[in-house]
Design a protein around this ligand. Structure first.
Ligand SMILES: [Zn+2]
Length: 612
């Protein structure tokens, strides 16, 4: 049999480190565009393809090339590769690999192309494609990325490939936004990003990414984005992601257009919409402000899922050696065929080498402490090819959820019709709910006189609103002197309670100090629209509202399910946090027969009264 295989391996030098270069080279959609590749389109809607595979073509009319593309494999920030199996066209197979090796001068970047041609004349055609010209283009693109990185514009959002002849449009937009928002710095940052950002990144602008890019708190970043949407500088979209693979499955302009369940084309399974975990807010420029290229250059763009650090196929019996570079935090390693999970805490001084095996019918959960540059040996002990991913457990940090956004006061004021359809109920899983109440409102009213007392109570709501917002929470409603707030995580709720009480203890006189009490619970509930705004219902909410009744002054009664989260445990273990856990017997009205455990979390700040 004739051999029509080809193989190219080109080396390039880069002045940037692998972790700096990774966001650019793993953004394959932008990379392929920068490399002058043709836009691609799905060739057919086929449900027979294996999980994560797609059938693609350059040209839907002539379909001269149709290929099946396997999911990318990557080890952030060192390796990236994909494979295409062709149905027609000059190629039979094509493999692309990009390796980034750390060097004293920055990185050595290797582009590997290999595969098989469909006959001799096809091989000649392919060889003319892989000429020095293509190699030069890659070199130029890497140099361009280096320049952007060196100029301090770390994120691809800041890459500037455009220049505009007149500045007036951008000046007007900056002025309008500053006037409405009263935030001159952030107004300037946003308009600069809209003006200079690259097309692919602007298509889905994540508030969390912008907050990092501008080095500003998320709450402030969200506010400027809301104002810009109000002025029609930006449009917002609700992205609905699959809970398993976190691929975006649907985008909607209005919350009331959301309907489920949805089918994930990647996992090949149905999933329910979760208002707290699978619906996220993103922004894109109004086309009148900045027109974006509608084309796609690479579907399986790894940079779309930056929380996934490792994405690998491993053959039966194979041992794979992988090296990762991970920021400290919590990660989860999982395969597609077994229930076993390895939880990895990454910290300085953790293990440099670890062996992780995957077996069929294994349901174990292990925990391992890894260093920040771990070398892993992943062993597939099953009889089939498995798929292993390592995911940052803090994936919620990468986007803002619909529950969070719609409970924000400014968003509600600016977009009052962003609610659910009247009959619609959307589940919210793992929602952290906190109720707070004023312990001594009667004494404030008696000693202050009614007018002053009302003022003080209203001020206390404003303090809570601000502090809760800083902790990625939002007040859903106030009930008398009490508030109900939701959070991403229990640790946020506890910190907000602590900060608020600290504020009251240090800012008001001894006599009229506001004493809060709190109740925190985490669990599932349901979001519905009521009185034109979104509210939450269910046992989780009821229990949290009962827990606050059990609390004494300056303490939180917290359910064991909320207390179990690792970050909260770390906060309590930290001597400086001055939090103390007391055992408690809590019997809740209406829940006497339900096995339920809760603890008292007492603030032990030296400026606080000690409660024992
Ligand atoms: Zn999926």
């Amino acid at each position: 049999m004739d051999n029509y295989s080809f193989s190219y391996r080109w080396h390039f030098t880069s002045s940037s480190t692998p972790s700096k270069l990774w966001p650019y080279l793993s953004n394959t959609n932008q990379l392929f565009k920068d490399l002058d590749q043709l836009p691609i389109q799905p060739a057919s809607v086929s449900h027979n393809l294996p999980k994560g595979h797609r059938e693609l073509t350059y040209d839907l009319i002539h379909k001269l090339d149709i290929w099946e593309e396997e999911p990318y494999e990557w080890e952030a920030p060192y390796h990236l590769k994909f494979r295409r199996n062709y149905k027609n066209g000059p190629y039979k197979t094509l493999l692309l690999g990009i390796d980034i090796a750390e060097k004293e001068y920055g990185s050595k970047v290797t582009f590997r192309f290999s595969g098989e041609a469909n006959g001799f004349s096809s091989l000649l055609r392919i060889k003319t494609h892989f000429t020095g010209f293509f190699k030069r283009t890659i070199k130029q693109v890497i140099q361009k990325y280096d320049k952007t990185i060196q100029s301090g514009n770390h994120s691809s959002l800041k890459r500037s490939f455009f220049s505009f002849r007149n500045n007036s449009k951008w000046e007007i937009l900056t002025n309008d936004l500053t006037e409405l928002s009263n935030k001159p710095f952030l107004s300037k940052q946003l308009i600069k990003t809209l003006r200079n950002g690259d097309t692919q990144s602007l298509k889905s602008m994540k508030p969390t990414a912008l907050s990092k890019l501008w080095d500003q708190p998320l709450a402030q970043t969200l506010e400027i984005l809301f104002y810009a949407a109000k002025l029609d500088i930006l449009n917002f979209e609700w992205e609905i992601t699959c809970p398993t693979c976190r691929q975006v499955e649907q985008k909607k302009n209005k919350l009331r257009e959301i309907t489920g369940p949805l089918f994930c084309s990647y996992c090949k399974s149905n999933f329910d919409i979760d208002f707290h975990n699978t619906v996220h807010l993103v922004f894109r420029p109004n086309p009148l402000v900045r027109k974006l290229d509608k084309k796609t250059y690479c579907h399986a763009n790894p940079s779309k899922r930056p929380h996934i650090k490792l994405h690998q196929y491993i053959y039966p019996g194979q041992r794979r050696f992988v090296k990762l570079d991970l920021p400290p935090g919590s990660y989860k390693l999982q395969s597609n065929i077994s229930d076993s999970t390895v939880f990895a805490d990454v910290e300085e001084g953790g293990l440099e080498y670890a062996k992780i095996s995957f077996n069929k019918n294994d349901h174990s959960h292990q925990t391992v402490t890894l260093g920040t540059s771990p070398n892993l040996i992943i062993h597939n002990q099953t009889e089939e090819r498995i798929f292993v991913i390592a995911e940052d457990m803090d994936w919620k940090e990468y986007s803002v959820s619909a529950s969070e956004v719609t409970s924000t006061q400014l968003f509600r004021n600016l977009f009052p019709d962003e609610t659910l359809r009247p009959e619609q109920k959307l589940k919210c899983s793992d929602l952290t709910v906190m109720f707070t109440d004023l312990l001594n409102s009667a004494s404030i009213y008696n000693s202050e006189g009614e007018e002053n007392a009302i003022g003080q109570v209203i001020d206390h709501f404003e303090v809570l609103r601000q502090i809760i917002l800083e902790e990625r929470g939002a007040i859903v409603k106030t009930i008398g002197d009490a508030i109900m707030a939701i959070f991403q995580k229990p640790v946020h709720a506890v910190r907000a309670f602590q900060k608020a009480q600290y504020h009251f203890n240090t800012s008001t006189g001894e006599k009229n100090t506001i004493h809060l009490k709190g109740g925190i619970h985490m669990g599932d509930c349901v979001a519905v629209s009521l009185n034109n705004r979104i509210d939450f219902f269910g046992n989780t909410i009821n229990i949290a509202s009962r827990l606050v009744e059990e609390a004494k002054s300056e303490e939180v009664v917290i359910s064991d399910s909320a207390l179990a989260s690792k970050e909260l445990k770390d906060l309590i273990d930290d001597e400086d946090s001055r939090l103390k856990v007391h055992q408690t017997d809590v019997s809740l009205k209406g829940y006497e027969n339900v096995h339920f455990e809760a603890k008292r979390l007492v603030l032990r700040n030296s400026t606080l009264r000690l409660v024992v």
